[in-house]
Design a protein around this ligand. Structure first.
Ligand code: CMX
Length: 133
């Protein structure tokens, strides 16, 4: 894995959270995107080399809605940039990690993504992401 690509934060109200993070970071949100397959609306910020993704739910049974209902708003996942997501998924499978999808799926911000179950990673949901070139 190369570097942390972004940190995902689950929020209840995306509009309010965008305003607050714009004030906090002193920079504007550079992109908003709906990912229908994940039932989320997302908003991205850059701070230097780092990225923050705010996520709000578009349906009551989405991963983000369940997360907020159970744990409240807060850090939802840490995403790592990888060069070859297929190779990295194979490597993690062989290491015994439980992947939450069999094959990479399309995520926000032009990425192929795959999640690793938080039960295997000390309670942290990990995302692999590879830029679609
Ligand atoms: N971080 C840490 N723990 C989490 C978690 C998260 N983000 N989401 C759920 N959990 C915990 C639950 O609290 C639960 O813990 P306990 O067993 O101690 O109660 C455990 O994981 C299993 O939860 P579950 O109720 O069995 O399963 P869920 O239906 O809540 O699903 C998960 C959990 C991670 C499998 C599911 O959220 C998933 O598949 N996530 C991947 C997809 C995703 O998160 N999409 C949204 C983001 C999309 C994007 O970034 O674009």
């Amino acid at each position: 894995m190369n570097k942390i690509e972004h940190i995902g934060i689950a929020v209840a109200d995306l509009g309010k959270a965008i305003s607050l993070y714009e004030q906090l970071l002193g920079t504007n949100c550079y992109k908003t995107e709906t990912v229908a397959s994940e039932s989320v609306d997302t908003a991205f910020f850059k701070t230097g080399e780092n990225k923050i993704e705010l996520l709000s739910s578009t349906s009551e049974d989405s991963a983000i809605a369940k997360f907020i209902a159970k744990k409240g708003e807060g850090i939802h996942h840490i995403a790592f940039d990888v060069d070859d997501i297929y190779a990295e998924m194979d490597r993690l499978r062989k290491e015994g990690f439980v992947l939450l999808n069999e094959t990479p799926k399309n995520g926000a911000d032009n990425k192929l993504i795959c999640f690793v179950h938080p039960k295997n990673t000390h309670g942290v949901l990990i995302e692999l992401c590879q830029e679609i070139k």
